[in-house]
Design a protein around this ligand. Structure first.
Ligand code: HEM
Length: 365
């Protein structure tokens, strides 16, 4: 089919709408006749963030579409991974971007800060959309001025932020994908029994080492043994679905039990060819969560150097609120917790050749 003729040949400027883009920076300080040099930097930095947010949403939407089916084709797992790794690369850039804004001094910021109230980054609808698409739970959000986050959004932007909450999130899709994995039980081989035996042996070795290291110091021995008892408790939950569900009901876990076991299996046997892509996918999710926390932390530090203990333009207790979000607003802490349950490669139960073959080539249920 012939390409329709254009009234004018496409140019760099017309394709990218550069002229429109360059009209989008309107410093309030200029409008009021009190130009503040750094306001342009402030605007451009935020606009750049919003463009990257748009790209992140584009990637997440593609991932959510690919993972929406009941069985995610293995090639699609590779595509999902490409999208997620791109999100990670973008996040690295936008965390770094804080360096540029920090070339503005608090005094430079004061030249125009008051002109911005009551607007705030808290009103970024795309930021909320990203959090929600990743799987942030409303119930886990810290309160902001005792009202839901969307209360401060202009009506026209609310749907963009809140809409994704009623759709399955990346967390939900990953949980379903992991739960469906056929690798948790192998026909005539009880993997979890073999794993349990290795864990028991490992913890017995640790106890022996503690007892011989602290034989002459009862207080230190008791403290170390108490720590070991906690580790045994932690491992116990792996073998006991009821205890796992209890921890889940108390909010200490979010992944479903089958999904947790699959994720652990993937982490333990990540070297098996068929588990390498799933392992990279779990790693990308961990990277995304970590980068989001890094951004929150860097942003909080930037806020503290810019405004000290003053409240934000949005009216919250500024940096206190932001500091608490670094921990409270994490989405995939379950994946970080998997490291608790790893065994050294040397003590991993060997997979029987038939099972290793299935993992290496094709799993035939
Ligand atoms: C001088 C630079 C900045 C200062 C002083 C600042 C200050 C603040 C403060 C105090 C808050 C808490 C809400 C409030 O009361 O307003 C906040 C939230 C927020 N800011 Fe900034 N900010 C700055 C730069 C940025 C930049 C460059 C972005 C990029 C988009 C951004 C995005 C956000 C977001 C998304 C939130 C909500 C965070 C959450 O609820 O978890 N901020 N900011």
């Amino acid at each position: 089919m012939a390409t329709p003729a254009r009234p004018e040949p496409l140019s760099y400027g017309s394709y990218l709408k550069v002229a429109d883009l360059l009209k989008c920076q309107e410093p309030e300080s200029d409008k009021l006749g009190t130009p503040a040099h750094d306001e342009l930097l402030f605007i451009i930095t935020h606009q750049t963030y919003e463009l990257w947010f748009k790209q992140i949403i584009h990637e997440l939407d593609a991932v959510l579409r690919l993972m929406a089916t009941d069985s995610v084709d293995e090639r699609d797992v590779g595509r999902v991974l490409k999208h997620l790794e791109r999100v990670v690369a973008i996040q690295r850039v936008i965390v770094q971007q804080i360096d540029i804004l920090e070339t503005m001094t608090p005094l430079d910021f004061l030249d125009f800060r008051d002109l911005l109230a009551p607007s705030s980054g808290f009103q970024s609808a795309q930021f909320r959309a990203i959090e929600n698409k990743l799987g942030m739970l409303r119930a886990k959000r810290l309160a902001y001025n005792a009202q839901p986050y969307e209360a401060v959004l202009p009506q026209a932007e609310r749907e963009r932020a809140v809409g994704p909450e009623s759709q399955p999130s990346l967390f939900d899709r990953v949980d379903a994908w992991l739960s469906r994995m056929p690798f948790r039980n192998f026909r005539d081989y009880d993997f979890w029994q073999a794993y349990n035996a290795q864990v028991t042996a490992m913890l017995a070795r640790e106890e022996e080492a503690i007892r011989s290291a602290h034989a002459g110091n009862q207080a230190a021995l008791a403290a170390q043994l108490a720590g070991l008892a906690r580790t045994r408790e932690e491992f116990g939950a792996v073998f006991d679905a009821a205890r796992y569900e209890e921890a889940r009901a108390q909010g200490q876990r979010r992944l479903s039990y089958p999904a947790f076991l699959s994720a652990l299996m993937i982490s333990l046997y990540r070297d098996e060819p068929i588990l390498q892509t799933p392992f990279r996918l779990l790693t990308a999710l961990i990277d995304i969560d970590e980068n989001l926390s890094l951004w929150r932390y860097r942003h909080m530090l930037m806020v503290s150097r810019m405004i000290g203990a003053r409240i934000g333009t949005g009216g919250s207790a500024g940096q206190d609120y932001l500091k608490r979000t670094v921990d409270a607003h994490r989405i995939f802490p379950d994946l970080f917790a998997l490291s608790t349950y790893l065994l050294p490669r040397s003590t991993l139960p060997p997979l029987p050749p038939q099972v290793a073959g299935e993992l290496g080539f094709r799993y035939a249920p």
